[in-house]
Design a binder for this molecule. Structure first.
Ligand code: ARG
Ligand code: ZN
Ligand code: CA
Length: 312
């Protein structure tokens, strides 16, 4: 396992002060490793004032980071807590970066406001301005930052796209490609109407039932190597996690007693398509996949800052 110098130093100090022995993983006993990921949110707008339309305000951005931390750390007393015996604290956290690419302190931490010069960003096979122009021209070094773009998708027939992700490369995990896309498009894209939580402020642009920040939780799951719990196919397709029951299709709304294969489905899993208010679970096997990605995939393994947190 690769550790940045600062973490090695911290470990040395911790072991020197408390005389804690190290276990076989090199972890100091009595502590666990937290993976803290620096985030930049590229807020793509069309010249609107800050706080209007696609140019979402800082409080809404912060509310989304707070939801990610509640969900990934399974925080007690939040929407992200659960009592599922297969449920897990992933030990992954997110923070808005203090410094920009040039090393200067950012006026708004972790925020890059971009006038994209258009009101809608369609994502189609033929027309894909997000992938071909927006991302390559605005991305910050993906070995240093987890890039999130918020846009007004638009241009869809039927249900709006909520968000999408680029999967990790070379993780060695089953169900993932060796190459999932170029360096200069790495990250996730979220519709600004689904970014942040309406429980954490007055954000009238958010659209229920996708207004509690779970689209971003779901897309970060993909970005860290998780597949949909129905395996994108019938009961013969899997998500390569033994502790998520098989399912033959995505679920919408809030079904609680659904069985399409053999077992009760985990519709509360973040990697289903249920409503934001009905999701609260990542499992242990999902956590294992995400940690594997953070330790092995290019542009992921360089990213996390490892922090030792005392066990409670
Ligand atoms: N990529 C999926 C979509 O656009 C995300 C679904 C997220 N689900 C949610 N409840 N927020 O449909
Ligand atoms: Zn998905
Ligand atoms: Ca499974």
């Amino acid at each position: 396992m690769k550790r940045p110098f600062a973490t090695i130093l911290l470990l040395l100090i911790l072991s020197a002060c408390s005389n804690d022995p190290e276990d076989f993983n090199g972890n100091v006993t009595g502590y666990r490793t937290i993976y803290r990921i620096p985030v930049v949110v590229h807020v793509v707008h069309n010249g609107e004032a800050i706080g209007t339309g696609a140019n979402i305000g800082y409080a809404q951005i912060q509310s989304q980071i707070d939801v990610l931390n509640e969900d990934f750390r399974r925080r007690t007393g939040t929407n992200g807590s659960n009592k599922n015996e297969d449920g897990a604290d992933t030990f992954i956290e997110f923070f808005l970066t203090i410094e920009g690419p040039d090393g200067a302190i950012l006026e708004e931490p972790g925020v890059d406001r971009v006038d994209g010069g258009r009101s809608e960003w369609p994502k189609g096979i033929l027309r894909n301005p997000i992938e071909t122009s927006l991302k390559p021209f605005t991305i910050w070094d993906p070995e240093k930052y987890f890039n999130i773009w918020t846009v007004n998708f638009g241009g869809f027939v039927g249900r709006d796209l909520l968000g999408y992700a680029q999967f990790p490369d070379e993780s060695g995990l089953p169900g993932l490609n060796v190459d999932s896309g170029p360096d200069n498009t790495d990250g996730i894209v979220i519709g600004y109407k689904y970014f942040g939580s309406s429980q954490k402020g007055n954000f009238p642009g958010l659209v229920a039932p996708y207004d509690l920040g779970r689209t971003t939780t779901h897309e970060v799951g993909h970005w860290l190597g998780l597949r949909h719990i129905w395996g994108d196919g019938d009961c013969t397709y899997d998500d390569y996690c033994l502790d998520t029951p098989l399912s033959a299709e995505p679920s919408f709304g809030c079904p609680v007693d659904k069985i399409t294969c053999t077992e009760l489905e985990m519709t509360e899993n973040y990697m289903d398509y249920t409503d934001d208010g009905c999701m609260n679970t990542f499992t242990k096997d999902q956590t294992e996949r995400m940690i594997t990605v953070l330790e092995t995939s290019p542009r992921r393994k360089e990213l996390a800052i490892l922090v030792q947190e005392p066990l409670d």
